[in-house]
Design a protein around this ligand. Structure first.
Ligand code: FDA
Length: 393
């Protein structure tokens, strides 16, 4: 019979949140077992930010996160800030730069962030068990008992940090939700977020623009983002589309302003100044030629602008400022950078991430119903929620 080893806490999932929780608790003197079925820690960190890891965002604030409770993330984000993580990065001598919109990246490689986390876990004497499936999780007499491979560990605290099901080909699973439900916690319906949208029907023709990009304002519901949109062979992508995808719901349109710098009356003014100008050529002054031609074709203002009424020309400008696409879906969890929804925040303390009705059970990171915008916000949530639980255990 194998020995049952006792810890102060067992953390399931050695991603960003689990690693931060482990190093925080370990450095506070807690005996920590960190478990992952992958052969290596922090695999998503390694592929993040195009291999340079967009590890935080200087503009982190709760309004940049989606959650059924928009206030939930405030406490953890306020107590462990982007500056706190940046200070850790600097203590490790990792060179970084701000790319755009407060997004901080490593100058070198995402491997440096994983090495930082490993080093800090070592300082906290965190024991890491990799490459073995979690076979069983039980709770009895105030202790959690976890069987991993052929070993069994117990602890009075258990942290769910196994993330969401986005990018299953990298080992991502819905394990966090299964476990949460097993302990009676509610789960907000998970859905792919920060994900390309697909076009069908008579919008299929836009797929022929695959590879064309333009800076736009994209809108879904009340959310709008000014960034690049990219046409793909399946539909729409690029940062502006990924951002609105988190807010988009099936059946709703996505609005695109293709000319966000132009005032509403601009096309009528062009018509009056240059009545012989054509719409496709005029749009070509502002947009890539293939996109300009396709939009002009769809609008149906043929020939010289001067041959059309002001009303028709103004309507064309209005259409260009709020072009309605009706995506028929998303590219799904296989292509989603994150999962929206997850373990309901109503079940958790915003201070500690502990389940209100299951003492000693914690949930952190992407497994929880808190989803950040594109741009380093999701890692900041992983660090902050991991830190909050690590301080409480
Ligand atoms: P994460 O998914 O990182 O970790 C969960 C861990 O649990 C994994 O190690 C997994 O192997 C393990 N696990 C899962 N199921 C298990 C099971 N059944 N048994 C045992 N272990 C299990 N964010 C950002 O802020 N900046 C960025 O630059 C990027 N870039 C980026 C690129 C790409 C391609 C993706 C897919 C995602 C990003 N993200 C991002 C999002 C970011 O990666 C994500 O939000 C965090 O990794 C979430 O951290 P967690 O620790 O919660 O989960």
């Amino acid at each position: 019979m194998t020995a049952i080893i006792s810890y102060d806490t067992i953390i399931l999932g050695a991603g960003a949140a689990g690693l931060m929780c482990a190093l925080t608790a370990g450095q506070r003197g807690r005996r920590v077992l960190l478990v992952d079925h992958a052969e290596a820690i922090g695999k998503k960190i390694l592929i993040s930010g195009g291999g340079r890891c967009n590890f935080t965002n200087l503009h982190t604030a709760a309004d940049r996160f989606l959650s059924a409770n928009p206030h939930f993330a405030k406490s953890a984000l306020g107590r462990y800030s982007a500056q706190d993580f940046l200070a850790l990065v600097e203590r490790h001598g990792i060179a970084w730069h701000e790319k755009t919109l407060g997004q901080l990246f490593c100058d070198g490689s995402a491997k440096q962030i994983v090495a930082l986390l490993q080093d800090e876990c070592d300082r906290g004497a965190v024991e890491i068990a990799l490459g073995q499936p979690i076979r069983d999780v039980e709770h009895a007499d105030g202790r959690y008992r976890v069987t991993v491979g052929d070993r069994t560990a117990t602890a009075p605290a258990l942290v769910i940090a196994t993330g969401g099901p986005s990018i299953p080909q990298m080992g991502a699973t819905g394990f966090a939700y299964d476990l949460a439900r097993k302990f009676g916690l509610k789960v907000v319906e998970p859905r792919p977020a920060l994900v390309p949208l697909t076009l069908g029907g008579d919008e299929t023709l836009f797929r022929s623009l695959s590879g064309v990009a333009a800076e736009v304002v994209a809108k879904a519901g009340k959310a709008k983002f000014r960034e690049a949109a990219l046409f793909t062979h399946k539909g729409l992508s690029g940062p502006a589309i990924l951002q609105v995808s988190s807010y988009w719901r099936h059946g709703e349109p996505v609005g695109i302003d293709f000319l966000p710098d132009l005032a509403p009356g601009w096309l009528v003014a062009v018509k009056h100044a240059r009545p012989r100008a054509r719409l496709d050529n005029t749009l070509g002054n502002h947009l890539p030629a293939r996109l300009a031609d396709t939009l002009a074709d769809r609008i149906g203002i043929d020939g010289e602008l001067g041959t059309h009424t002001d009303k028709a020309v103004a309507a064309a400008a209005a259409q260009l400022a709020d072009w309605r696409f009706t995506p028929n879906g998303t590219e799904g969890f296989a292509k989603a950078e994150v999962t929206a929804g997850g373990i309901s925040t109503a079940e958790l303390s915003s201070q500690t991430m502990e389940a209100r009705k299951v003492p000693g059970l914690y949930a952190i990171g992407e497994a929880v119903d808190v989803t950040g915008w594109l741009g380093g916000y999701n890692f900041q949530w992983a660090w902050a929620s991991g830190w909050a639980a690590g301080m409480a255990i």
